[in-house]
Design a protein around this ligand. Structure first.
Ligand code: NDP
Length: 359
């Protein structure tokens, strides 16, 4: 979650907290606007790394401007470098609590002293859920053929013309399966029950696809791997029939875990309006939350696109909206973002809402 605030010396700190591409993009824009953003980039905990989900992506082939594939960590490092170049400050800690009930907002990091901020951009992302097997998580972390994003990774050469497995029975699993049929020789959907949770239309598309096979009442008990030329990659899945307990082995060239996502919003402790799935609610085609001065960007507001480029795009939007919000309160200069509609509203209001009375 990045936050951006006033550059006044001695006053509340301008800051941005972020974990990923949305946050670094917000920081680049905020820093270039002299807002002296402060970014809380998080800490490594298991498969959660500062930099977010791209840290688990091997090759990125669909980020505009990079005709040659580059790794997720490399893209994140470049974005961070770009933000630092313009004066972004970084704290390598998670934020454990925020107080958005009074302005300036108070941001409490894991170890350091609380920081006050005039605006805040929350860009904490969403984490993919994993089955929780040791080999699954190791191979996902090292680019060994386990992924939680078919659209990000499915087109990579390593997965082409192979038998790929998808775990899950919801709409995400259906979408990932259909996407993978473009590249795989066969897609095997592994679901723990005897019926899908997904919408009928999506389930039917999967069930009728000639390249898809479904293993009902089946769970992945282990992920097996082989090492060639020093590179460890997935080779097979150990499966268990949940009805009979029978074990079997399925050779695969890739595993896509599609059992849902969890937005990283727990630390907000109810201070921002969330959707029923826990994502932060924002205005349509804007990044403003229900608390004036708090904006949100990236996967923490998006359970639909979840792409690096869309996430970076909303990071840009959030920084510009934060900058404009500050300018309306007499801090800095406003970027040229007035739409015809906003100009009418602004001229009608004349005076921006008071800073301290948004609770
Ligand atoms: P869901 O929670 O809907 O589905 C998760 C699936 O994963 C379920 O089938 C569940 O099994 C299975 N699962 C969960 N945990 C495990 C586990 N540990 N091991 C094995 N299987 C597991 O998540 P989705 O991401 O699919 O969807 C989230 C929301 O987003 C939904 O409302 C969905 O409709 C929406 N969505 C809509 C799309 C669209 O309209 N195009 C596309 C993608 C998502 P079980 O069924 O047994 O609980």
């Amino acid at each position: 979650m990045p936050a951006v605030a006033s550059p006044r010396p001695g006053g509340p700190q301008p800051f941005a907290r972020e974990r990923s591409r949305d946050a670094w993009t917000a920081a680049v824009y905020a820093a270039r606007a002299n807002l002296e953003p402060l970014v809380f980039e998080g800490e490594p905990i298991g498969t959660e790394l500062p930099g977010g989900q791209l840290m688990l992506t091997t090759d990125i082939e669909n980020f505009p401007g990079f005709p040659e594939p580059l790794s997720g960590p490399e893209l994140m490092e470049r974005m961070k470098e770009q933000a630092l170049r313009y004066g972004t400050r970084v704290v390598s800690e998670l934020v454990t609590a925020v107080d958005l009930s009074a302005h300036p907002f108070t941001i409490t990091p894991h170890y350091g002293a609380p920081v006050q901020a005039l605006t805040l951009v929350v860009a904490t992302g969403a984490k993919a859920k994993w089955i929780g097997l040791e080999n699954e998580l190791r191979l996902a972390t090292h680019g060994g053929g386990v992924s939680a994003c078919a659209v990000c990774d499915g087109a990579l050469p390593a997965y082409r013309n192979k038998r790929l497995a998808v775990v899950g029975g919801g709409d995400t699993a259906m979408e990932e399966t259909l996407y993978l049929t473009k590249f795989a020789s066969e897609v095997v959907v592994i679901h723990r029950r005897d019926r899908f949770r997904a919408s009928k239309v999506m389930a039917d598309r999967v069930l009728q696809h000639p390249k898809v096979r479904v293993l009902w009442n089946t769970r992945v008990a282990d992920v097996l791997s082989e090492t060639h030329d020093g590179f460890e990659g997935i080779s097979a899945l150990r499966l268990e029939n949940t009805a009979t307990g029978e074990l079997s082995t399925l050779d695969v060239g890739g595993l896509f875990v599609a059992i849902g996502h969890e937005p990283n919003t727990k630390f907000l402790k109810g201070q921002l309006d969330l959707t029923e799935h826990g994502y932060i609610k924002v205005d349509a085609w804007r990044t403003a939350t229900n608390v004036p001065g708090v904006f949100a960007a990236g996967d923490v507001i998006d359970d639909y696109y979840r792409q690096a480029i869309t996430s970076a795009g909303t990071g840009c939007m959030a920084a510009l909206e934060a900058e404009r919000w500050l300018a309306h309160h007499g801090i800095g200069e406003s970027p040229l973002l007035e739409t015809a509609e906003a100009m009418v509203v602004a001229s009608a209001e004349q005076v921006p809402p008071p800073l301290a009375s948004h609770a």
